[in-house]
Structure formats: structure tokens, C-alpha cells
Design a protein around this ligand. Structure first.
Ligand code: GLA
Length: 727
């Protein structure tokens, strides 16, 4: 039993194999008592912590220790009464009152995984033991019901939480803040970890000691990244990759989000994650409900690495969906960096010929195939083929590519509209805009207003038409600008601050419709690279183009950074030309290839112009990828040496059946006359013996894990892939 309720003590326990989470009802409030390594029991909250409170507290819990909700560790604090810390819920009512006082009403246990409506989320597979605890809280005066949903994936050591607010009164009220997750911690001996970035420099890992006050990361951009990705963690100050407590949160959401820790005057962090309260106001009409997206909670008592592997496992198997979830996908050639928009059928077919020779599976035609688009200043919205460039149309081109033994994939930017487009001329009010303000373009484009049903329907229609009339096996779904002047022509004044979230609900509904209608098409997300790399998008599209920076060295940072939370099977990773188009660096084909191998492997350069030597190397890389892709994609990831610590990186992957071990080493800071680096492997069977495939040498599992193997760091820009097989 993953969920245990003690009705005598009013305590609730959520247990996974190795983790427990506990709270209790105290004076009608939900008091948080524990999150950590598995325990059988937790003392009642009044006995747990010596802290009572201080002089300044409003005493709403008389005779209780703690005497004020301002010092009580809570699960879902609201604003307006005695807890003066940052709340998980804040609403304003018809009479102007900003006070919500929720009391515990009851609970239900479901033998299944419940999910938030209209939002992406985790789901249970047949072999998962998943249960859900529903806690009902109620404010009688205002008629507000809040349901907290705690879901437990017992075997996967993962819990999740999402929240539903229901207006059971006769009047509408305004939700100003709604967190998906909130829990108070008893001390602040933690660092906060998050991923920060920018265009072409996504997901760099940041770790800083907590301070008293609010530390937060968020997005106000209408997309989840790239400034930060929707992840935060608290790691014990002493925690390493392999030891110490780490509490990770990953939000299954792609829009404006918030994550942070508010450390109070008694040095106790309140860790929170949910919808970004900034510029958010949701008018909840009588009878309506609003969901806060699901947070995936990954606790590890064995350091950051285990938190990562738990995230990888749940995202890979319980967030991503569809027929491509568990299969090896396509090795693709994307023509973007090969030709940009300057292509014609002949050029594409020459690339296809070279690709077929190498064993590539698919050619993806990127931006520039539609309308009159020869530069990025027009035609988004005019999704009909440019027959000057492609005289035989998408169908003809697709068939010619298919005839060479390759599949055909296509780029779209469905959420966008160019002011210079037929679509805009016909529907100037279809973009996000605010009356009287400029419609500021980014990359010469505006964002379609996905809060509107007619706009959503239009997207589904043109995509469905193009996908059903042409032999398209893959879609790259791009989104190359984030919001500005984000208002909607159809929403009333009071509803304008709902735009960012309504946009996401619209987008998710479109994605649900399109991906359900075309289950055989592989979708890859993109937002100028990893500008919207999150678990929400991965629910519809199992991979994302990780970054517009395709340089191998930069990718070591980006892919390691993303890999803190997201499995490598979700990361598009391609070999590109040298000098690299983004930063001008020259790197050898081996390094470029071996950096791309663990991700969704492909090419982003003109294969028809590749040297024979590089072609031979590419052929070998494809062979290796076909042989070992599943180890990278479904195996366990161990970070042996981190580039963020100024080290030459080393990544280890252990196959799902534990029989194959791959160690990738990357030297980008060659140094003469320094000792080789010792890499102690992890996750092996200590008693088993392993044969290194390239050398035939045999090592004990215990030797590989304790003595380790050596990484020679004396040659710059070198890399290696060492494979060991259990014998
Ligand atoms: C974005 C993508 C690129 C490419 C271009 C096309 O920048 O990240 O990969 O598709 O758009 O315009």
C-alpha cells in the first residue's frame, strides 16, 4: 500500500519503495511533517519541532505547538489569515476580500493515477503500481473547494502533485496565485539548484546556497524557457552526485511557471512550484474549476544522480507517449544548416542520395518550403507549398525521397503568423495583441492567439490536410518567438490576464488532437532550440531540438544540463559542419559524432559535400548508434565528471538489462603532464565480470567501480566511447 491514512492520528503517509512523504490534519489545517527516506512513522506535528513561534505571530492555533499557522509547516497555505509567508493559493472575492481560509474536509484514495483535465501529465502504465490520494479542503464562507492530488508511483520512487480549485459559490472570484506544489522544510542547510540559459546556451546548471528571503526562477515569456527550465531542487549543502538528500521538482507545463524557495525568519524554506502568479488573474465563474499543472517530485537520499535517474525514468515511460516512446527513432538529416532557405528539389535530392548511402533514415525539410518564404520575414501562416522551389510539391518530393529509401519529414511553425502573409491579411485579429499598443515583431513574426477556438481549429485543419495528403513521417514543430503585448481580441478586460495560461490550454488541445489523429508521425518540439524544453511538450512530442547551438563543445554543457532532468532520448542532437555556424569552432568529426550519439542522433550539414573521410566516419557512427542507441535512450545515466565543474566530461550509460555499459569521455581542455583522470563506474554488478568490447580485456564489476578506468586528458578535442559487456 503506497498510501496509508491513520484516521486516529489524522496522519497521511505516501510511500514509495525508498521514500516517504507525510502530513497531518492539525486544527483543520494540513500540516506538512516529512519528506525523505522511507520511514514507517512520523511523530505528531505538535511533538516534532521545538519551535512555537514568536511575539509577532497572530495566534490562530491556541494551546497547540506551534501556536500560529505562521510557523506551522504546511502543505497548502492560503493568504489572508495568520500565515504571512508566501501562499500556495491567493484569491480575491466579490466583496473585495483577499482572505481564504481552507479547512480539511475529507479524503479519498484511488487505486489509479488521476490526471489534471486539459493539461499534460504523468500517466500509469499497466505494470505501474500507481495510487492517488485526494484531499478535499473547503472554505465555507467563500464556497471554495480545493482538491490536492498526490499520486504515488511506488516502484519508480516518484510522487506527483497537482491541484484543482472549484468555485462552489454563486459568485465568480479571482484566482491570483495557484501553486501545484508547496511544502515547508525544517531547516535551510540546502542549496537551490536550477537550470538557466538563453537562446543557444540552454539549461546550464546553477547551484547556490539558500539565503533568508525569496529565491525564485520562473518564466514570464509565454513559453517555459530558455531563461530557466521548469525545474528546481533543494540539495543538502554537502550533497554530491552520489550522496546526500536531494529534493527535485519538475513541472509538467510549458507556459509561465514559477519555482522557488521562500526562507522564513526562522530559517525554514517553503519550496513551491506552480503557475507563475506574476501577471496572472483567473476569473473563476460559479461552478467552474481551475487546475494547477502537475509537479513531478523526485527525492533521492543518494545524491543528485539518483534524482536524475528517477526523473529520466518517469519522463521516458510515464510522460512521453505514443508509438515512438519505446522504439529507436529515425537517424535524420535536417537541411537547415545545409542550405537554410536557399534550396530547391535538386539540392535536397542530392542530400538525400548522400544520406541514403550513409544509412540515414529520414530527410527533414526545414523552414522555407511554403508561401513565398525565402527569408524569415514573411509567409508564416501560408502553409501551402512553394512550387517555384519544389515543382513536384510536397507529395512529389516526399515520394522521390521515399524512393531512395528515406522517410520524409517537414518543419512547421504552427503557432505563428507573419504580418506579410495571406493569413494575416485575412485575419489581422488572429494574433496576440493589445489595442493601442504596437504589435512588436520578433524575427518578423507575431504569435497566433491560441486562446481562440477558431485559431486552434485552423491550426488543426491545415496540419491535418498537409499530413494526410503527403507522405510525411515526422514533424518539427517550431516556435521562434515568445510573447509581447500578449492580449486577446476576444477576451473581456477582466480576462486579459488569463491569456498566457489560456494559450497553453489551447496549444495542448491542438497537440492532443493532432498527435492523436496522426499516431504514426513522429513529432519533435523546438523553440529556437530549447526555448520550450519541458515535460509538458514531451507529453505530446517525445523529443525536442535541444539547441540552435550545434557546436560539439557547447552541446556538452547543454546536454549535460538538460540531462539533469530530461533523459537523453528526448534531446535532438546532430552533427553539424565546421567551422561551426554559431560559434566558429572547428572540432573533429569524432567529437561531434560522439557528443551527438547519446541524443536523438542526426545530421545538420550538406552531406552531398562531405569529405570521403567524414562520410566513412559518419557511416561508422550510424552503425554504432543503431547498435547502442537503446543503451543511451533507455539505460541509466551516471555523470562521472561534469563540465560545469571545469572538468573534461565523462558520462556513463548502463543498459536497462544491466548487461551493457558505455562510458563516453570528452576532452575539451587538453593538458600535458597531468595525471589521467580516474573514473569510478557506477551501477554495475560488483560480482560480475565485464569484457571491454574493443580490447577483449576482462574486468571485475568491483574493480571497475572501485579502481575505475582512466581518462587520458592530454589531447584536446578528443573523445572516446568504451563499451563493456557483462559476461
Ligand atoms: C529555429 C530552429 C532551427 C530552424 C530555424 C528555421 O531557429 O531552432 O532549427 O528550424 O528555426 O527558421
Amino acid at each position: 500500500m503506497a498510501i496509508i491514512v491513520n484516521e486516529q492520528t489524522n496522519q497521511f503517509y505516501l510511500h514509495t519503495k525508498n521514500t516517504s512523504y507525510a502530513f497531518e490534519v492539525a486544527h483543520g489545517l494540513l500540516a506538512h511533517s516529512y519528506w525523505g527516506k522511507r520511514v514507517n512513522e512520523v511523530p505528531p506535528i505538535a511533538e516534532l519541532y521545538p519551535l512555537t513561534g514568536d511575539n509577532l505571530d497572530a495566534v490562530d492555533l491556541p494551546g497547540f505547538k506551534p501556536h500560529s499557522s505562521d510557523v506551522l509547516m504546511q502543505e497548502f497555505p492560503t493568504y489572508g489569515s495568520c500565515d504571512l509567508r508566501t501562499p500556495a493559493f491567493h484569491a480575491v472575492y466579490k466583496d473585495g476580500s483577499p482572505i481564504t481560509k481552507l479547512s480539511y474536509k475529507g479524503y479519498k484514495v484511488y487505486n489509479e493515477k488521476l490526471r489534471p483535465e486539459g493539461l499534460p501529465s504523468t500517466y500509469a502504465n499497466e505494470d505501474d503500481t500507481a495510487e492517488t490520494l485526494e484531499i478535499e479542503l473547503f472554505d465555507e464562507l467563500k464556497g471554495v473547494t480545493v482538491y490536492l492530488y498526490y499520486c504515488v508511483f511506488e516502484e519508480k520512487d516518484i510522487m506527483t502533485r497537482f491541484v484543482k480549485v472549484v468555485n462552489n459559490s454563486a459568485d465568480r472570484f479571482t484566482v491570483k496565485s495557484l501553486m501545484s506544489f508547496c511544502a515547508d522544510f525544517p531547516h535551510m542547510n540546502y542549496d537551490m539548484m536550477n537550470q538557466h540559459g538563453a537562446w543557444a546556451r540552454e539549461a546550464h546548471i546553477e547551484r547556490k546556497p539558500l539565503f533568508v528571503g525569496m529565491q525564485e526562477v520562473d518564466s514570464k515569456r509565454g513559453a517555459s524557457g530558455p531563461n530557466h527550465t521548469p525545474f528546481v531542487a533543494l540539495a543538502e549543502r554537502e550533497a554530491t552526485e552520489t550522496a546526500g538528500d536531494v529534493f527535485g521538482l519538475c513541472l509538467v507545463y510549458s507556459g509561465n511557471w514559477f519555482g522557488g524557495a521562500d526562507v522564513d525568519r526562522h530559517f525554514r524554506p517553503r519550496l513551491m512550484m506552480g503557475l507563475n502568479p506574476f501577471n496572472f488573474e483567473w476569473q473563476l465563474e460559479a461552478g467552474e474549476s481551475l487546475y494547477a499543472p502537475e509537479v513531478i517530485m523526485s527525492y533521492s537520499s543518494e545524491g543528485i544522480g539518483l534524482m536524475t535517474r528517477q526523473f529520466h525514468n518517469i519522463i521516458r515511460k510515464n510522460v512521453c507517449r505514443g508509438k515512438f516512446r519505446d522504439t529507436e527513432r529515425y537517424v535524420l538529416i535536417n537541411n537547415w544548416e545545409a542550405t537554410y532557405m536557399n534550396f530547391n528539389e535538386e539540392k535536397l535530392l542530392a542530400i538525400a542520395d548522400a544520406a541514403a548511402e550513409l544509412g540515414v533514415d529520414m530527410l527533414v525539410l526545414d523552414d522555407g518550403w511554403f508561401g513565398k518564404r525565402n527569408a524569415d520575414n514573411c509567409s508564416l501562416g501560408d502553409w501551402y507549398v512553394n512550387t517555384e522551389k519544389l515543382p513536384s510539391g510536397l507529395k512529389g518530393l516526399g515520394e522521390k525521397i521515399n524512393a531512395k529509401g528515406l522517410k520524409f519529414g517537414l518543419w512547421f511553425e504552427p503557432e505563428m503568423i507573419s504580418p506579410d502573409s495571406d493569413l494575416y491579411r485575412a485575419h489581422p485579429d488572429w494574433c496576440l495583441h493589445t489595442e493601442g499598443r504596437p504589435r512588436t515583431v520578433s524575427r518578423h513574426q507575431l504569435t497566433l492567439d491560441l486562446t481562440r477556438q477558431d485559431v486552434c481549429d485552423y491550426i488543426v485543419e491545415f496540419l491535418s490536410k498537409t499530413l494526410s495528403e503527403n507522405p510525411i513521417a515526422y514533424v518539427k514543430w517550431d516556435m521562434n518567438r515568445h510573447f509581447s503585448e500578449a492580449g486577446s481580441a476576444l477576451l473581456a478586460a477582466d480576462n486579459q490576464r488569463e491569456v498566457a495560461h489560456r494559450y497553453m490550454l489551447g496549444l495542448y488541445s491542438v497537440l492532443e488532437r493532432v498527435t492523436t489523429a496522426f499516431p504514426d508521425v513522429l513529432f519533435e518540439g523546438c523553440s529556437s532550440g530549447g526555448g520550450r524544453f519541458d515535460a509538458g511538450m514531451l507529453h505530446y512530442m517525445p523529443q525536442t531540438w535541444s539547441s540552435d547551438d550545434s557546436d560539439a563543445v557547447e552541446r556538452l554543457y547543454i546536454q549535460e544540463g538538460l540531462g539533469l532532468v530530461y533523459p537523453f532520448c528526448t534531446m535532438g542532437a546532430h552533427i553539424s559542419a565546421i567551422p561551426n555556424h554559431q560559434i566558429g569552432r572547428n572540432t573533429p568529426i569524432k567529437l561531434r559524432g560522439q557528443v551527438a550519439l547519446p541524443g536523438q542522433f542526426g545530421f545538420e550539414l550538406d552531406l552531398s559535400k562531405m569529405s570521403d573521410e567524414d562520410k566513412a566516419a559518419s557511416k561508422e557512427l550510424i552503425k554504432t548508434y543503431k547498435e547502442y542507441g537503446e543503451v543511451f535512450h533507455r539505460g541509466d545515466f551516471y555523470k562521472l565528471a561534469s563540465i560545469f565543474k571545469g572538468q573534461n566530461s565523462a558520462w556513463e550509460f548502463v543498459s536497462e538489462d544491466k548487461n551493457t555499459v558505455i562510458v563516453m569521455t570528452y576532452n575539451i581542455q587538453g593538458k600535458i603532464a597531468v595525471p589521467s583522470k580516474v573514473l569510478k563506474l557506477q551501477g554495475l554488478d560488483a560480482k560480475a565480470r565485464y569484457e571491454e568490447v574493443a580490447t577483449g580485456k576482462i574486468y571485475g564489476g568491483d574493480t571497475l567501480m572501485n579502481l575505475g578506468i582512466f581518462q587520458n586528458c592530454d589531447r584536446d578535442q578528443t573523445s572516446d566511447m568504451r563499451v563493456f559487456k557483462k559476461i
